[in-house]
Every structure is written in structure tokens, then in C-alpha cells.
Design a protein around this ligand. Structure first.
Ligand code: COA
Length: 369
């Protein structure tokens, strides 16, 4: 082999080609270089790595469906929906509009807010229970649309805790030095699952997506996340249909939300009460240290119960359930982004995020924004 040729055994690449391969390798190394270095630093005990939110984004489909609109479809009233849930309206995805579409717009806004491009991201974790297709994951579909090809990308299904689980996972990747910039998304088209002959569930849900960009930082950032599940509660909230079980020859193939609402309500209130206590204790913090509660937006009465547990007045609680309904994995990041963009949530403030959903799953994150 001549001088300047590729040293690889049997490789016939000329010097020019070799240089470009080397350049590509260097570029790749640069992209991931800092994370292991920072981890080694952390292991020496000099600096801890945290993940911090560099930008937020969200997206709601255009179509607004009010309680009055639902009165025309099902045997319900605006008054019943408002007094039991706090919901006034929700959004429905347009025909052909998918979970990945909603995720893409939310992610683009979060990347813009962070001053980054898709190619800057080295991890995508997407919470959803309504993926576009079964595989590839919606995270992979999103990755390609954002031009982030090559980085790790996967979905997390934890029902309404999907975004919080995704946040917890991405935080661990960054703390462990495996990623420096993670895109974390919660996106759903849950109205596609609804059975409009079941008035007790179809009035509760809406479509939407939210996203955050997490970045490695020497300052917190996310202080702690807590993720829990108890599959023993499956019977209270579930979808009876999947690939290997349940397909039936009926409308929507039997896909629907099955819920024993009043039982879910009781467990949700008790469980969220416990997890906010556990989260504050793990961080060595107290109720009064929290500036904003950003809860899962399923039901205003559940939100009020958690706020009461924290002795927080409702003007320190972000509420979007009245306009969004329950957007499942989309709900917490949608509420967070709205709070950031409205100027309510300010840099340096302490936020407590929490969610509860089918599984049951329940989850929280305490963070400095
Ligand atoms: N419109 C009018 N009446 C309705 C109705 C609707 N959309 N849905 C149910 N009802 C009726 C029921 O048929 C029942 O009538 P009956 O007393 O004549 O039998 C009555 O309202 C009370 O039903 P119930 O289910 O006991 O109501 P509730 O006070 O528990 O409120 C929920 C129902 C769903 C709003 C409430 O249980 C809830 O929010 N649960 C938590 C759900 C949740 O957050 N799930 C997601 C977790 S991620």
C-alpha cells in the first residue's frame, strides 16, 4: 500500500477517501467525547453531572372540541363534564395527523428554544401509548424527520406517565455520561382510541404533544425523579387490544379505553399524595421550597387534592386540563411549555412534576428550571 493510503487491512481507499473517513470518525468522536470525560470527572468526586432543561416546546392540533360539541355526540352535558373534571374543551388530531406529527412540531419548538438542531441531539426518548405504527418506534420516525439519525431513539409506554418515565430515563443517560443532549417527548393521539358510545371515558381525553431538550450540566437541573408501577391494577384502566391479544372484528378492532373512573380517582389521589412526599424527602426539601406544581392534567379535582397535600394555593399550580383535557403522555410537557412561554415559570425556580396513569404507573420529577 502506498504512503497516505488507508492502513486498514485489504482496504483500497485512496488517501482522499481515507482523510474523509478519518474526519467523519473525529466528528463522531467529538459528538460523544465530553460525556465520558465528564463522567470520569464525576467519579473522581470533583463534579456531579446533572441534566437541565435547555428548552421546551409543545403542539396542539387545530381542531377544538368543546363540551357543547360532545353534547351532540353523546348523552352528556357541559355541566356534568365541568363539575366532575374541570374540562371545558380539548383538541382532536385531524384525519391523517399522527402522533409523530404532533411530536415533530413539539420537538422542533423545544429545539428552537434550546438553540439546537436535530443533529445536535444524541438521545431521543418518547413517551406514548398511541404510536403511529408498532415498529419502528415513533422515536425512530421522529429522529429521521429531525435529522438526528444515528443517535439512540426509543419509545416508552407508561400510559399517562409516559413523558415522566421518558424524562427519568433520559436523566439517567445524561447522569451516567451516555448522552449529553437528549430530546424527551410526550405525544399522543388518544382520541383515536375512544369509544364514543362510552360517555364515561370519551369526554375525558384530548390529543397533543410536548417536549423538552435536556442538556448535561454541572448545576441541577433535575434533582430527582421517581418512577413506580403496580401491574396489579390493570383491571381499573386499560385498553383490551394489542398485537398478540384481543383483536376483534368490531369497530376500531376493539381498541378502547376501559376505566373504572371512581376507583381510579381514589387510587390516583392517594398515590400522588405519597409520591410528592417521597420526592421531597429524597431531595431533602420541603413543600414551601417548591415554586410550581406541574401535575398530570387528568382531572381538576385530583390536581386540587395534590395541591392541598403540598399546602400550595392553586395560583402556584399549572392547570391546562380545562383547555386540553387529558392528553396522557402529552399532558405534563404541554403544561410545562405553556407555563414557560407565558412567563409564569422562571429560570432558577423549583418545579415539581408528577403523573399517574394506566398500569398503574406513577412518577415525579423535582427540578430547578
Ligand atoms: N355525562 C353525564 N353523566 C355521566 C357521564 C357523562 N359523560 N359519565 C358518567 N356519567 C354518569 C354515570 O352513568 C353515573 O350515573 P348513575 O349514577 O345514574 O349510574 C354518574 O354519572 C356517576 O358516575 P361515576 O363514574 O361515579 O362519576 P364520578 O363522579 O366518579 O366521575 C369521572 C367520573 C371519570 C369524571 C371520575 O371518576 C374521574 O375523573 N376519575 C379519574 C379518571 C382519570 O383521571 N383517569 C385517568 C387517569 S390517568
Amino acid at each position: 500500500m502506498g504512503r497516505g493510503g488507508c492502513p486498514g487491512r485489504g482496504c483500497r481507499a485512496g488517501p482522499g477517501r481515507h482523510r474523509s473517513a478519518a474526519a467523519r470518525a473525529t466528528q463522531g468522536a467529538r459528538r460523544y467525547r465530553d460525556a465520558p470525560a465528564a463522567l470520569a470527572h464525576a467519579q473522581r468526586g470533583t463534579t456531579l453531572i446533572y441534566s437541565r432543561i435547555a428548552g421546551t416546546g409543545s403542539y396542539l392540533p387545530e381542531k377544538v372540541v368543546t363540551n357543547a360539541d360532545l353534547e351532540k355526540l353523546v348523552d352528556t352535558t357541559d355541566e356534568w363534564i365541568r363539575t366532575r373534571t374541570g374540562i371545558r374543551e380539548r383538541r382532536f388530531a385531524a384525519d391523517g395527523e399522527t402522533t409523530c406529527d404532533l411530536a415533530f412540531y413539539a420537538a422542533t419548538h423545544a429545539l428552537d428554544a434550546a438553540g439546537l438542531k436535530g443533529a445536535d441531539i444524541d438521545l431521543i426518548v418518547l413517551g406514548t401509548t398511541t404510536p403511529d405504527i408498532i415498529f419502528p418506534s415513533t422515536a425512530c420516525l421522529l429522529q429521521h424527520r429531525l435529522g438526528a439519525n444515528g443517535c439512540a431513539a426509543f419509545d416508552v409506554n407508561a400510559a399517562c406517565s409516559g413523558f415522566m418515565y421518558a424524562l427519568g430515563v433520559a436523566d439517567q443517560f445524561i447522569r451516567g455520561g451516555q448522552a449529553r443532549r437528549a430530546l424527551v417527548v410526550g405525544a399522543e393521539t388518544l382520541t383515536r382510541m375512544l369509544d364514543f358510545s362510552d360517555r364515561s371515558t370519551c369526554v375525558l381525553f384530548g390529543d397533543g404533544a410536548g417536549a423538552v431538550v435536556l442538556e448535561a450540566s454541572e448545576e441541577p437541573g433535575i434533582i430527582t425523579t421517581k418512577l413506580h408501577a403496580d401491574g396489579g391494577y390493570k383491571h381499573l384502566l386499560y385498553n383490551p387490544v394489542g398485537v398478540s391479544a384481543g383483536f376483534r372484528d368490531e369497530p376500531n378492532h376493539g381498541v378502547r379505553v376501559m376505566m373504572t373512573g371512581n376507583e381510579v380517582f381514589k387510587v390516583a389521589v392517594k398515590t400522588l399524595d405519597r409520591i410528592v412526599g417521597e420526592t421531597l424527602e429524597a431531595a431533602g426539601m420541603h413543600e414551601q421550597d417548591v415554586d410550581w406544581l406541574i401535575p398530570h392534567q387528568a382531572n381538576l379535582r385530583i390536581i386540587e387534592a395534590t395541591a392541598k397535600r403540598l399546602s400550595m394555593s392553586m395560583d402556584r399550580v399549572i392547570v391546562t386540563v380545562d383547555r386540553h383535557g387529558n392528553t396522557s403522555s402529552g399532558s405534563v410537557p404541554l403544561a410545562l411549555d405553556e407555563a414557560v412561554r407565558s412567563g409564569k415559570v422562571q429560570r432558577g425556580q423549583t418545579l415539581l412534576l408528577e403523573a399517574f396513569g394506566g398500569g398503574f404507573t406513577w412518577s415525579s420529577a423535582l427540578l430547578k428550571y
